[in-house]
Ligand binder design. Structure first.
Ligand code: ZN
Length: 432
């Protein structure tokens, strides 16, 4: 078998055949001959006429230990439809890319699963190249139909760059919480831009939207989609309750620290007749955190003991825990009883004399209708809840530290239901 035939079968490129193979210091250079004679603009317009031509190389998947580079002549054409000179499209690479389609697909597939350093080391590419490839692949793979047929959506903000920058994420409840839209910022204008992009007709078909208790998204929805029923999803209500408990705990901890200085550290083993050391109360209060915040079903034995201790002491923290669980019961009682339960909880919370919970009661009261609407419509953000942590994970894996656009592409890639086909799925020709 000739070398070119072997490479043809091995690479299995679509729309081109191997014309030459050279072993250069930078890797194996595979010269390609195109099957199609007509030149095609990325917009789809085709022509025979060329403007000028040059030779370009694309990095392809490694062959064993060697890098593999595809080399071919590429033309610029004067596109009548675009009205300017553009570089033609080739079948083995995306427009403007310096890596082959197969290479980019492998990078994108890995980006959905592993961190950036792993990809950069395994495939010998720079971090910047990984980010660029992800953006390219998403730009092509993103489904323009994702904004069609939206009925129930959820909006949430996610933070990145250590909580200093924000993105607004819109997800589709009816498609398992798939992300349909992402933009920078979290103010009213950002969500208004989403409604503008959706257009009057598609916005008119929306029925429900779940959001947080902040003003920005509410004002945007009031202004652009007043007919949509707004729901405050359980996730945000429970989150606020947890924050109130934690605020109270920190207050209690500061009180303890002021009242009782921590016991002096002892040196060496205590004598047998020494009085038992008093318990470090400051530490105890500090370490009640998880006992107070965790789901009662998930508590460890030691954490149950902590709660018991707080109950026995009639600690204010125990009352906080009761108030928090009381609010969470709103989502455990039958939907028909929810309004009654919420009224009971509000009257309890606003008279509890714990500042954090009095404030929470005010917020909950102001959002009463929207909280009950979520229960009535059965809009649970359980899928969106995971989104926040998933995005934090993406950020942690090294994507999107540098630019919002890279992070946004990664969110579409990992949470938007984008499927990447690996080149290994393609059947290879058999025979000799
Ligand atoms: Zn064109």
């Amino acid at each position: 078998m000739r070398v070119t035939t072997a490479f043809n079968k091995m690479l299995g490129l679509v729309g081109a055949s191997v014309a030459s193979v050279t072993f250069a210091p930078e890797g194996i250079v595979v010269g390609l001959r195109r099957r199609r004679a007509k030149h095609r603009c990325p917009c789809g317009w085709t022509t025979w006429a060329i403007y000028d031509r040059s030779v370009r190389r694309w990095r392809h998947l490694d062959l064993g230990a060697a890098k593999c580079l595809l080399e071919a002549e590429i033309c610029r054409i004067r596109c009548r439809r675009c009205g300017r000179v553009r570089t033609e499209e080739v079948p083995w690479a995306r427009p403007g890319a310096r890596h082959s389609r197969d290479f980019q697909d492998v990078v994108a597939w890995l980006a959905q699963r592993v961190d950036k350093t792993t990809i950069a080391t395994l495939l010998r590419v720079s971090w910047e190249a990984v980010a660029k490839i992800v953006t390219d692949v998403v730009a092509e793979a993103i489904d323009d139909a994702r904004l069609e047929g939206l009925v129930r959506i959820g909006v949430d903000e996610v933070s990145y760059r250590k909580g200093y920058r924000f993105l607004t994420v819109v997800a589709d409840h009816d498609r398992g919480g798939a992300v349909v839209w992402v933009a920078e910022g979290r103010d009213q204008r950002v969500l208004e831009a989403f409604y503008d992009e959706l257009g009057v007709e598609r916005t008119g078909r929306l029925e429900a939207i779940s959001l947080d208790m902040a003003k920005a998204y509410k004002s945007a929805t009031d202004a652009k989609a007043a007919h949509v029923s707004q729901c405050v999803d359980p996730f945000h209500v429970v989150k606020l309750a947890n924050e109130a408990v934690d605020k109270a705990r920190r207050w209690a901890w500061r009180q303890e620290r002021r009242l009782r200085p921590p016991p002096a550290p002892t040196i060496g083993r205590p004598r047998n007749d020494a009085p038992p050391r008093p318990r470090d109360e400051v530490r105890f209060v500090k370490h009640t955190r998880w006992a107070l915040l965790k789901d009662p079903e998930d508590l460890l034995e030691s954490q149950v003991a902590v709660l018991d201790e707080l109950r026995r002491r009639r600690s204010v923290l125990y009352r906080c825990w009761q108030l928090k669980e009381g609010l969470r019961d709103l989502y455990r009682v039958r939907p028909a009883h929810a309004a009654e339960h919420l009224a009971w909880w509000l009257s309890w919370a606003c008279r509890c004399r714990i500042p954090a919970f009095v404030t929470l009661a005010k917020t909950v009261r102001a959002n009463r209708e929207r909280i009950l609407a979520a229960i009535e419509l059965g809009l649970s953000n359980s899928k969106l809840e995971g989104l926040n942590s998933k995005i934090r994970l993406i950020n942690h894996r090294g994507y999107g530290h540098h630019s919002a656009s890279a992070l946004m592409a990664m969110i579409h890639l990992c949470c938007g239901g984008v499927t990447v086909e690996l080149p290994t799925g393609r059947p290879l020709p058999v025979g000799t």
